[in-house]
Design a protein around this ligand. Structure first.
Ligand code: ARG
Length: 584
C-alpha cells in the first residue's frame, strides 16, 4: 500500500498522470484562456472559500458555462492568505505591505502566467540586497515553461529577467556577533565556530550539498556539478522511490543519520537557513522548499500589492461574504450546504462569532476550497470517507507570524553621508559599520525576530516612507510571537532592528502596530500544511480526492509540491475545475 501511495503522490508532486501528460502545461493553457474545460451540460456549482484556489476554480467553471456561486466566511475581504495591509492601517495611507504571500519564485509559472493574463503588473522582489533604483530592471518579463513533452509555453516577447548579484550588505546576527552577509560568505569560519562547528563552508552550501542524496532520485549530476532532470518516466519512479525511502524521515533525522551532521552543524545551518523550526517536520518538505527559497532564485512581487491578484480574480464572480459553512448534506440529486452569518470583529482574530439566521444553498456540486483544518468544524452527511477524515484531523498545519514596521523615510536606502546630512547635529554612527545604500534583501538573526526583509521598491503613489518586514518567522518561532500583545510585538521587532541598524532609525518609525499571526486568524487556522514525517504517504492520497462525484477539494494543501505557495492554490483550483467538468 505504501508503494501504491508513493506512486500516487509522486505523480501529484510532479503534476503528471499515468500517461505522463504534463499538467502544468495543461493548466497554463486553461488559466490563460488558450484552452477550455470539457464542454458539458451547465451545472450549479457552489465554491466554498474565496481564496486563490476557490476563485481560480470558480472562474474556470464559470467560463465553461456553469452557474457558479462562491461563499466566503470573511465579512471584510476575499483573498484568504493573500492579504495586503493598506490604507488607514498606516500613518501614510499610500503605503501597503503583505501580511501573507509576498514573493513569487520565477519558476512558479502558473502564478506568473495567470497574473500576466489578468494584467496584474509585477516587478522583481529582491531576496538579496541591490543598489537602489534606477539600476534595477523593474519591468515584467517573459514567462517561459519548457515541458518534457517538447512543447514550450511562453507568455510574450519580453526578455527573461535575471536578478543581479546581491551586495551582501545585510546582516547575519548570531551568538552575539554581527557581520555582513558578504563577509560571512567570504569567510564563514568565525560565525560557524560560534556554534562550535569548525567549517569553512557557508551554511547555504552545506545544506545544498545535503540535498544531493534526495536530488539523485530524480536528477542526473553533470560533470560541471549542475543537475539535469531525468526523463519523465524515470522522474516519476525516482520520486516514488524517494517518497518510499524518506517520507518517514524528519529533517533532523535525515541530517543526523543520512548526512552524519553533528548537533553543532545542525544548529548553525538550522539557524541561518531557517531550518531550526522545521527540524521535526517531514524532510521532503524542506527538499521542495529549498528549490523555491534560496539566493539563486529570482522572485517577483505585484506592484500594487499581492491582493491586486485576488481582487482581479474576484472581479467577475458572484461572491457572498460573511457566510460560514457549517453543514454539507449530500443526497442522490445534489448537495445542500448550510451557512451561518459571521458576526465577529473585522480584524480576523480568534474571538469572532457566528450566529443568526442560517441559510441553505442547493447545488449539483460543491468545491471545498477552505483551509483543510476548517473542515474539521463542518458537519458532513453522510460522513466523509475514513481516509479523508483522518487527513482533515491530522494533517499538520504550520504557522507563520509577520511583524511590519512603518517608517516615514526609507533609511535603508541611505549611505552614511546621507545619514549625516539627514540627522545633522543628532548624527550618531551605525553600530556595525557605515551604511550602504540598498533596496531589498534581509537579515537573519538568532533573536526572536529571526528574519528581516526590506522592501525592494517604494510603494506606488510617491510615499517617502516604507514598511519593513521586521520579523518573519515560522513554527515555534512564530508561536512565541503569537503570544505577545500587538504592542509588544512591535517593541520587540523594533528593538531587534535598532540592534542591527542603530538607535538612529527610531527618528523615523511610526507607532502603528501591524502584525499577522496566521494561526490566530479564525479563517486561516494556520499558515499552511507542512507534513510531519510519514504524512505524505499515509494521509496525502486522501487529501484532494473527490467524494461521490459531488464534493471536490481545492487549496494549497491539495498540492504537495507547493504547500504555502500561491502556485499550489492555483494548481489545485485548476485541478478541481477539471474534475468538476469531467464529472458534470
Ligand atoms: N511561501 C512562503 C514564503 O515564501 C512560505 C514558505 C514555507 N513555509 C513554511 N512554513 N515552511 O515565505
Amino acid at each position: 500500500a505504501r508503494k501504491a501511495a508513493a506512486l500516487i503522490m509522486a505523480r501529484r508532486i510532479l503534476l503528471t498522470d499515468a500517461d505522463h501528460n504534463d499538467l502544468t502545461l495543461d493548466y497554463l493553457k486553461l488559466l490563460t484562456g488558450r484552452q477550455r474545460l470539457r464542454k458539458t451540460e451547465s451545472r450549479d456549482v457552489l465554491v466554498v472559500g474565496a481564496g486563490v484556489a476557490g476563485m481560480v476554480c470558480a472562474r474556470l467553471l464559470q467560463a465553461a458555462g456553469h452557474r457558479v456561486r462562491v461563499l466566503e466566511a470573511n465579512r471584510s475581504r476575499v483573498g484568504g492568505r493573500v492579504k495586503t495591509f493598506r490604507g488607514d492601517v498606516w500613518q501614510d495611507p499610500r503605503l501597503h505591505a503583505e501580511a501573507g504571500a509576498m514573493r513569487i519564485p520565477s519558476s512558479h509559472v502558473l502564478t506568473l502566467a495567470l497574473a500576466d493574463h489578468l494584467k496584474v503588473p509585477r516587478r522583481p522582489f529582491d531576496l538579496v540586497d541591490l543598489p537602489p533604483e534606477p539600476d534595477q530592471v523593474s519591468d515584467d518579463s517573459r514567462v517561459v515553461y519548457k515541458s518534457w513533452t517538447g512543447e514550450e509555453f511562453a507568455s510574450g516577447e519580453a526578455p527573461v529577467y535575471v536578478a543581479p548579484k546581491g551586495l551582501g550588505n545585510r546582516f547575519v546576527h548570531v551568538n552575539g556577533q554581527t557581520v555582513s552577509k558578504a563577509d560571512y560568505n567570504a569567510d564563514p569560519g568565525p560565525i560557524n565556530k560560534s556554534f562550535g562547528w569548525d567549517s569553512g563552508q557557508t551554511t547555504a552550501a552545506a545544506f545544498d550539498k545535503a540535498l544531493d542524496t534526495a536530488r539523485a532520485y530524480t536528477m542526473t549530476k553533470n560533470p560541471d556539478g549542475s543537475w539535469t532532470d531525468k526523463p519523465i518516466a524515470e522522474r516519476v519512479t525516482g520520486m516514488a522511490d524517494l517518497l518510499y525511502d524518506m517520507d518517514g524521515y524528519s529533517l533532523l533525522r535525515y541530517l543526523q543519520e543520512g548526512e552524519g551532521w553533528s548537533d553543532a552543524q545542525i544548529q548553525a545551518v538550522g539557524t541561518l537557513e531557517n531550518l531550526t523550526s522545521r527540524l521535526s517536520y517531514g524532510f521532503l518538505h524542506s527538499v521542495f522548499d529549498a528549490g523555491d527559497i534560496n539566493p539563486s532564485v529570482t522572485y517577483f512581487e505585484f506592484n500594487a500589492g499581492t491582493d491586486a491578484l485576488t481582487e482581479a480574480l474576484a472581479a467577475d464572480l458572484a461572491i457572498e461574504r460573511g457566510r460560514v459553512v457549517t453543514r454539507v448534506r449530500t443526497d442522490d440529486d445534489g448537495v445542500t450546504v448550510t451557512a451561518e452569518p459571521e458576526t465577529g470583529p473585522e480584524d480576523e482574530a480568534c474571538d469572532g462569532a457566528i450566529g443568526g439566521q442560517a441559510r441553505e444553498y442547493r447545488a449539483d456540486m460543491v468545491v471545498l476550497a477552505v483551509p483543510f483544518a476548517a473542515l474539521r468544524h463542518v458537519d458532513f452527511e453522510p460522513l466523509l470517507p475514513y481516509g479523508k477524515r483522518r487527513a482533515i484531523n491530522e494533517l499538520k498545519h504550520d504557522t507563520a507570524h509577520k511583524v511590519l514596521l512603518e517608517f516615514t523615510e526609507r533609511w535603508w536606502e541611505w549611505d552614511e553621508a546621507t545619514w549625516r546630512e539627514k540627522l545633522g547635529s543628532d548624527y550618531r554612527p551605525a553600530p556595525h559599520g557605515d551604511a550602504v545604500a540598498a533596496v531589498g534583501g534581509g537579515c537573519v538573526s538568532d533573536e526572536a525576530s529571526r528574519f528581516v526583509y526590506f522592501p525592494s521598491h517604494p510603494s506606488d503613489g510617491g510615499a517617502p516612507g516604507g514598511v519593513v518586514l521586521a520579523a518573519y518567522n515560522w513554527a515555534e518561532d512564530a508561536l512565541r510571537f503569537d503570544a505577545l500583545t500587538p504592542a509588544d510585538r512591535h517593541t520587540e521587532a523594533l528593538e531587534h532592528l535598532t540592534g542591527l541598524y542603530g538607535e538612529r532609525i527610531r527618528h523615523y518609525v511610526t507607532d502603528r502596530h501591524v502584525s499577522q499571526s496566521w494561526l490566530r486568524n479564525r479563517w486561516a487556522l494556520g499558515e499552511a500544511v507542512i507534513e510531519t514525517p510519514g504524512q505524505l504517504l499515509s494521509l496525502g492520497p486522501h487529501v484532494a480526492t473527490p467524494v461521490n462525484g459531488r464534493l471536490f477539494f481545492a487549496g494549497d494543501h491539495c498540492q504537495p509540491r507547493y504547500h504555502a505557495w500561491i502556485s499550489g492554490a492555483i494548481a489545485s483550483g485548476t485541478e478541481a475545475a477539471v474534475q468538476v467538468a469531467d464529472t458534470a
